[in-house]
Design a protein around this ligand. Structure first.
Ligand code: DAH
Length: 328
């Protein structure tokens, strides 16, 4: 029996250590150690031996069994390592020390943001700083204090979204003038920008768009200061183009003008409104209009972006079509 065991052991060790794959290894495990395996049947044969021999053989068989198990586990580990190495070799480009792949499309700045930031930059250079106010606004600030009492016909110029009662979506950035003046004393030189809302929708109107407001108040501010600032801004935005102040009407300024810029064969195009702050507005915020004067202007951001970048449909700013946005 001992010879038989020796022979089986040699044969098995050879076959296990050279098993070509895990399937073969499993077959060998069953062959030697399985319920009907060789070692198991030898263990069964112990019954026919004398107690002395049984003890001796039993010990030998158990030792061999443990050895087989160890050899099988070792081979299993070897085969696993081989498979992993082969997989790594099959993908020769994998170098884990290389930096990760870059996202090739990092996104771009929306033209509205671009123009906003540009205008802020140019106006900061001549002394303006930022102020802000809410998009959900009071009638009192959006209209009343800006010299547009209830039933004033100028309210028709701005189709308003009413939230309810005295609350509405601001139709322009001008209420920020009121909020700022109510909280601060002159001298004052502020810009505010943001979303404004009007019930209107076609190729040149969207229910939400962006405005930029400028306000400067001090003693002895004149129309010349207004023209100086506007000319500086237009030149910084569009280069040396003719600028025209076309007489117009706004309830909150007197005199008032539209700002037109001449774009070659497109002719004169309006970019915003402006004027000298109306005494009624100063009165509403408690400023002494005998002592102080000021100018204000309001610009359409999309309007400027359309002219700067040759965009023809206002709605394309808000459709988020990547083919359009990727150009910026
Ligand atoms: N708030 C005006 C509008 O939305 C634009 C405007 C005109 C603002 C003249 C001003 C201004 O500050 O002085 O149509």
């Amino acid at each position: 029996m001992i010879d038989n065991i020796k022979r089986i052991k040699e044969e098995a060790t050879g076959r296990i250590t050279s098993a070509p794959d895990v399937e073969e290894l499993e077959r060998l495990r069953v062959h030697y150690l399985g319920k009907k395996g060789l070692l198991t049947s030898l263990l069964h044969q112990l019954k026919s031996l004398t107690p002395e021999q049984r003890k001796e053989m039993g010990a030998v068989l158990n030792e061999v069994k443990t050895e087989f198990e160890t050899t099988i586990t070792a081979r299993q580990q070897q085969l696993d390592d081989q498979r992993i190495n082969q997989e790594i070799e099959k993908s020769p480009m994998l170098d884990v020390t290389l930096p990760g792949q870059f996202v090739s499309e990092p996104g771009s700045i929306h033209p509205v943001t671009r123009v906003t930031e540009e205008v802020i930059e140019h106006l900061k250079r001549v002394g303006f700083s930022l102020a802000s106010g809410p998009e959900i606004e009071l009638d009192a600030y959006n209209f009343e204090a800006l010299n547009m009492p209830a039933h004033h016909p100028a309210r028709d110029m701005q189709d308003t979204f009413y939230v309810g009662g005295p609350v509405l979506l601001r139709t322009h950035t001008s209420p920020v003038q009121i909020r700022t003046m109510k909280n601060r004393k002159p001298p004052l030189q502020i810009i505010s920008h943001g979303k404004v809302y009007r019930s209107d929708y076609d190729q040149t109107h969207t229910p939400m768009f962006h405005q930029m407001e400028g306000l400067m108040v001090d003693e002895n501010i004149s129309l010349a200061d207004l023209k100086g600032v506007v000319n500086h801004l237009v030149k910084a935005l569009f280069g040396s183009k003719p600028v025209r102040f076309r007489p117009s009407y706004f309830p909150f300024t007197e005199p008032s003008a539209e700002i037109d810029v001449h774009f070659g064969n497109l002719g004169w195009l309006e970019i915003g409104g402006c004027g000298m702050v109306h005494p009624k507005v100063f009165e509403a915020v408690g400023y002494d209009y005998e002592k102080y004067s000021g100018f204000a202007f309001g610009l359409g951001i999309e309007r400027i972006a359309m002219l700067k970048y040759g965009i023809t449909d206002l709605r394309s700013f808000f459709e988020n079509d990547l083919r359009m946005l990727e150009q910026f």
